[in-house]
Design a protein around this ligand. Structure first.
Ligand code: MBD
Ligand code: FE
Length: 298
């Protein structure tokens, strides 16, 4: 299938305006719609027996009460927090806020029992059903796509070192300005996204560009909190990947770039030392890097 036209993107973003600059409301609405429509990642399968709900709800509320008591939270602060929470919902920023500030903790719990390539957070900007490609592949890009060309190659093996034939790399990334297709106006749908099938030895070669660091939108409620708290709103540049193969656990991960800004201060706390690429010069202004993935069998 080659469905690069995504109903979510079409409905959430007004493509009629020319050269609009991306807004928090654009990406928030798109991320919320995308989350609701991506059933695989939308919470299906969470068991909700009374005892578990009681435990988690009680612990969460207890933690909130404890913060209020310890820090002597005032009525104006409580009402300001209430308004802010309403704004996050109205702006569609719950996926953004939760993936930036909470998802890493959930991933760290999941990682306790995992082997193979390190995982990290999915984030709010995954879109399923992107164009299917076969290695060697070039990610869909605009004719004038800016950014340093990057040749990304490697091999997928299992934990014994055996090649995993026809493993699949579902890859998505920001452009040279740090924006994702589907979540910013004026980027064609499917841009810098693709589902690449490796060869019969699990090998892949993908041509793309180096992404820029990602900035949490500063004009929405998540950005307002970050700014009010004096934090910075940046994630280091990264490639997102879902690496899958029949009979193996899918790895959700991201790859970062050695020497890049914000590697040690990711606002989403989602970097790991095992996930840092160090591309070398390949001539003609192109960079190249090899990274091998290891999948565990189910
Ligand atoms: C991103 O691009 C991202 O990867 C995460 C995890 C959160 C917000 C934006
Ligand atoms: Fe991202």
């Amino acid at each position: 299938m080659t469905t690069t036209d995504n109903a979510v993107e079409q409905s959430a973003i007004d493509h009629s305006a020319a050269a609009t600059s991306p807004t928090a409301a654009d990406s928030g609405a798109s991320a919320s719609a995308s989350f609701r429509s991506t059933s695989q990642y939308s919470g299906a399968g969470a068991v909700s027996d009374t005892a578990r709900v009681d435990t988690l709800a009680r612990a969460l509320l207890g933690a909130v009460h404890q913060v209020i008591s310890e820090h002597e939270v005032t009525y104006p602060e409580f009402q300001a927090a209430k308004k802010w929470l309403m704004d996050v919902g109205d702006g569609g920023e719950w996926p953004l806020f939760l993936d930036v500030f909470v998802e890493h903790a959930v991933e760290e719990v999941a990682a306790r029992t995992q082997t193979g390539t390190k995982g990290t957070i999915l984030g709010p900007y995954y879109l399923p059903e992107q164009v299917q490609l076969t290695s060697p592949a070039t990610l869909p890009a605009r004719p004038d796509e800016k950014g340093t060309p990057l040749l990304f190659r490697g091999q997928v093996t299992d934990t014994d070192g055996s090649p995993v034939p026809h493993a699949v790399l579902d890859i998505w990334q920001a452009d040279e300005k740090g924006y994702y297709s589907g979540f910013a106006p004026d980027i064609p749908s499917g841009n810098l996204r693709g589902v690449v099938t490796t060869d019969d030895q699990g090998r892949f070669e993908i041509a793309t560009i180096q992404p820029a660091p990602y900035q949490v939108p500063t004009d929405g409620p998540t950005g307002a909190l970050i700014s009010a708290a004096g934090w910075h709103p940046w994630r280091p540049a990264h490639l997102h990947l879902l690496v899958s193969a029949e009979g193996h656990r899918t790895v959700t991960t991201q790859l970062y770039f050695a020497g890049g800004e914000y590697l040690d201060s990711d606002v989403a706390e989602a970097t790991k030392p095992e996930l840092i690429l160090d591309p070398t010069d390949a001539g003609n202004g192109t960079r190249e890097v090899t990274y091998d993935f290891v999948l565990e069998r189910n």
